[in-house]
Design a protein around this ligand. Structure first.
Ligand SMILES: Nc1nc2c(ncn2[C@@H]2O[C@H](COP(=O)(O)OP(=O)(O)O)[C@@H](O)[C@H]2O)c(=O)[nH]1
Ligand SMILES: [Mg+2]
Length: 219
């Protein structure tokens, strides 16, 4: 199969799924408060999760960039909202919003107390927001902070938005779980969360296309 050949006349085969190639990706802005973000314009997809869950790695994998979203072994060092602007090969233009990781013990009380309202403000008031991807480590599952976020998204105040935010649960570091345990673990997680769950590995690329198609569907 000629993967790189130019598509010509449609064949009798079923239509090809988008390849989810990202032709442009750039860092747009960093903000310490939701109010410091650029004015809403493009549709936005936000990413949240505990520190060290693999969020930067997932963003890089989604954007097909090695290190645009920084990754590090030292969790908790990104205390701001980072905005990336991307363009897909079919012309789709989007913003990806990297929300600060939570649950890191060394973060000050003050920062912790500011984080919730900032996130809630963003989730409730950003008119261009279409989906929130909540990342959990597949080996740890849903913890208290994660559960709070899932509950918040289905709370009455959140569902009175003009356009609802679609919650998507992503179980990261899937490659660390033995193949034989993956299916049952993901099913159990989905059941516990009550939210569509996708397994993901930024090492192998597993889940990338599935996540892109869910995200596209949320637009
Ligand atoms: N095996 C494996 N390691 C990962 C994966 N994603 C991230 N990591 C590692 O987990 C650590 C934290 O990743 P990072 O993306 O910086 O997490 P963040 O703090 O949520 O942004 C790093 O050492 C990554 O190399 C994955 O899918 N598989
Ligand atoms: Mg990070």
């Amino acid at each position: 199969m000629g993967e790189s050949s130019v598509q010509t006349a449609p064949s009798a085969e079923k239509p090809r799924a988008p390849l989810n190639r990202v032709i442009d990706a750039e860092f747009v802005a960093g903000a310490t408060k939701a109010t410091g973000l650029p004015a809403p314009a493009l549709a936005e997809l936000a990413f949240a999760g505990r520190s060290n869950v693999g969020k930067s790695s997932l963003l890089n994998a989604m954007m097909q960039r090695k290190s645009l979203a920084r990754t590090s072994g030292t969790p908790g060092c990104t205390r701001q909202i980072n905005v990336f602007s991307i363009k897909m090969d079919d012309g789709l233009a989007l913003q990806l919003i990297d929300l600060p990781g939570y649950g890191y013990a060394k973060v000050s009380k003050k920062e912790k107390s500011e984080w919730g309202p900032m996130l809630e403000g963003y989730l409730l008031e950003r008119p261009t927001l279409r989906a929130l991807v909540l990342l959990v480590d597949v080996r740890r599952g849903l913890e208290d902070d994660d559960r709070q976020l899932v509950d918040f998204l289905s709370s009455p105040q959140s569902t009175t938005r003009n356009k609802p935010v679609e919650p998507i649960l992503v179980a990261t570091k899937l490659d660390k779980l033995p193949l034989s345990q993956r299916k049952t673990t993901l099913a159990a997680l989905q059941k516990a969360a009550g939210v569509r769950t996708i397994g993901f590995s930024s090492v192998t690329g597993d889940g990338r296309d599935e996540l892109w198609s869910r995200l596209r569907a949320s637009l």
